[in-house]
Design a binder for this molecule. Sequence first.
Ligand code: SF4
Length: 134
Amino acid sequence: MTQPVHRPDPPERMCPSTPAANATVFLGMITPAGRVAYVTPQLPAEVALATAAGAEGPVESRYRLAGPCVTSSCGFWTGDHCGLGERLVASYQETTGSAEAELPRCAIRRSCRWYAEHGPSVCAACSHVVTDAR
Ligand code: SF4
């Protein structure tokens, strides 16, 4: 008799551009040039939130925060995937015509929602995203 195969549960997907209220991971800082400087190894979101306390403007305009993907509770959820990740890949390829060869070093790749759905092509676009660009 053969033994049943036990597959691990799929990892919880992480949203790589989430509001502070849902954040668990400090993903990166927005540089003056508008690019994301990813933080590795992984740090808790509280580190960014504590640093941002008292500063002017939304924390999401200075830091990129990641947290559990909330699927149907998010306006970008299409029903079976993240519409924001999809839009990013399309507009980045339209603008640049290609993906950057080197992947940024980020702390959530293994569980990232966008990476799971688009692979390396979304990472180049990701490094230009400011969650709250006000
Ligand atoms: S899209 Fe790529 S670079 Fe951005 S958080 Fe996900 S795995 Fe990291």
